[in-house]
Write a protein that binds this ligand. Sequence first.
Ligand code: IDP
Ligand code: MG
Length: 165
Amino acid sequence: MVEQTLILIKPDGLKKSLTGNILTRLSETKLEIIGAKMVKVSWQRANEHYRHLKDLPFYDELIKYIMGEYHKKKVMALVYWGENAISKVRDICGKTNPEEAESVSIRGAYGRITTKGVYENVIHASANTEDAEREIKLWFAPDELIIEAYPVVETTERVKTEKWK
Ligand code: IDP
Ligand code: MG
């Protein structure tokens, strides 16, 4: 199935200068990048992204981690597109717990568990098609992707925005 998946190079991945290595590893999938940008993660977006984990003990630390409290206050967000994109990317990322992830996977090679108990596993990748749709719509606007990944509607709604002076 042709599908799309959201990747975040998390703040520890950026701080450790792993962007190049991670993108090189992901290129093994032969998938296409259809969107990419640097994002400063707001509290709202962090909470929306991890809302399914809200009741877990490490949640507050996880929000601080993804907002860059411990590293750099940014993530790199990408959308990869192609045949079985979700599982191809998840396989290269490895298991959630970096100690259990295969050592040749991205998380196995570069992740760690902090003394505060958060898995700093350098990369996020959507787990299934429902998550991918929710996450891509949370991180990207339709005109930031080079293909129409999901149906769009036209709007004449006015939103306050900035332009170059
Ligand atoms: P995933 O990132 O592999 O999809 P999720 O269960 O969605 O895993 O968890 C989101 C993130 O929360 C993980 O990538 C990791 O950073 C952190 N995390 C998940 N489970 C644990 C845990 O048991 N202890 C500490 N951190 C965790
Ligand atoms: Mg997940």
